[in-house]
Design a binder for this molecule. Sequence first.
Ligand code: UDP
Ligand code: MG
Length: 156
Amino acid sequence: MASDNLRERAFVIIKPDGVQRGLVGEIIQRFERKGLRLVGLKMIHITLEQARRQYACHEGKPFYDSLIKFMTSGPSVAMVLEGRDAIALVRKLMGATDPLKSEPGTIRGDHSVDIKHNLVHGADSLESYQHEMPIYFAPDELFDYELALTGWMYYR
Ligand code: UDP
Ligand code: MG
């Protein structure tokens, strides 16, 4: 069931393949059109240290080294999105990790064919959000503001 927290925050990275393929606008637009709003946005070149901290949970897995190399290979776009159930919603809009399982209509399902080069990262729980977001954003880089359309998109 949908929660009453209209202010849940989600952390997303458009990976280096998304930037290279010119899909930054397309991906951001999908989140915005759904009803999530940007509260933080920036282009970054992820450092080795940041990538290792972010993906600490995957250390030792067969794909780990290749994932770290990929994530640090060029600029990415990091963002924080806000809205009801933002974390679960972002994961739904992204689609599954495996390209054979990501449904058409999702970002990965519509635009990627590879399990590594899958365009987008999204923290998958509140714990992951709390671990990952501060690696990239300082508190003064996030913005609190009201959208006039909120009352037309969300019941209060
Ligand atoms: N990945 C990979 N090979 C795999 C599984 C994952 O290269 O067999 C990469 C892929 O880029 C994925 C990331 O590692 O997005 C993190 O994996 P996770 O299982 O957490 O997937 P996600 O949460 O991104 O859907
Ligand atoms: Mg994951």
